[in-house]
Design a protein around this ligand. Sequence first.
Ligand code: AMO
Length: 433
Amino acid sequence: MDLMQLNKERKHISEISSKNDGQKVTVAGWIYDQRDLGKIRFIVLRDISGQIQVTALKDKSSKEIFDAMAKTSRESVVVITGEVKKSDKAPEGREIIPESFEVLANAAQPLPIDVSDFSKTELPKRLDYRFLDLHRRRAQAIFKVQSTLLQAYREFMVSNETIEANFPAIIGSSSEGGTELFSANYFEKKAFLSQSCQLYKQMLACSMEKVFAVFTVWRAEKHNTVRHLNESRQFDYEQAFANEFVVMDVLARCVQHMVKRVVELNAEELKLLDVKLNIPGVKYIPFSEVAEIMKKEKIHMGADDLSGEAEKKLGEMYPDTIVFVHDWPLSGKPFYIMPKGEKLSCGFDAIYQGMEISSGGQRVHLPELLTERLKAKGLNPKDFTSYIDSFRYGAPPHAGWGMGVERLTMLILGLTNIREAVLFPRDRDRLTP
Ligand code: AMO
């Protein structure tokens, strides 16, 4: 069928119900399953919206269609036109009796991975064939939810009168400390892939007041864990005339809105993934109090950082809650975080379902103090000249945060490995596909 015509005539499978009984429809999709009972042949056809049974009877269907239904391999792409029939036996009470059957693309056999809903193929192999893994409804469900998160983030930010921004991905010096940088050749100069848009979003907020971005970051961390990627995406936010408490409140409302939208728009996907999702509550705890709790619980954590175990404990104590751990020790936060007295800082981490989803804080907007903080972290202020200078000509106090897109997706859906939440993961061992 001509593709223009197909686009006009095609119905998505989810639009077809028993109410369409007797109507002629055209559907297009992938053959998910086939069954041959001799005189009757079934196909389960899948498109992005759902699945439908296609039933052909030896006596009633044309021989051509009856044969093609058995011959065409699983995951091949077909266009079927036929009559909708109400049927108590078929899933969702309806099926299609085919009148034409056109193969648009054959799928080679055997398939290298199992793409059924009950697939037992292990994650590394599925990622080797990610393009095919994305035929699976469960994989599709994860990225439909992620798409809602991305849209809901923009929705919230736009309603919050925040300006969307883009930032350079190639940078001249570190933004998160000296380590963990991927280097790149940039003509005669040494360059790096961006670890965050931190310095740029700060410079921008000092004129545009409220800015946000969805930004890709690269970190050359050598460890291979189920919660880290070498390339990940962040929801970034920065606001002028704000301290950490102002932006923690923005983060809480933003995540609540994002979760609410997933609940509203992704009921099918949540059901398929067996996830019950609640709009999270909010809890604020100073770092020192968390340290006390963990001491009592005999859970190890650092003097200036939480451990994975401590994050997990917070998740158990406060399920379905965004736990803001604030008044963080200064030594545990980057150079750009504003000190609070000698030992503490205006930095925070947000923990959700037992894992860090975000960190942020009020920033240092005073050039002299910033120079001092860079030196204290063993960095050379000369490498940050334009950043420091940007605060010399009228820069308001400001604060912000960054939140992992894949981390949030993983925690909302209870996935055990962050790689499930990235279309094409980049980790220590993986550069393709
Ligand atoms: P931070 O480094 O804590 O802060 O990152 C912010 C959030 O991004 C996610 N994240 C990661 N996700 C997967 N793999 C990684 N390797 C990885 N690293 C970070 C986490 C984390 O909480 N510029 C600051 C933010 C700010 O202060 O505005 C920053 O990048 O969810």
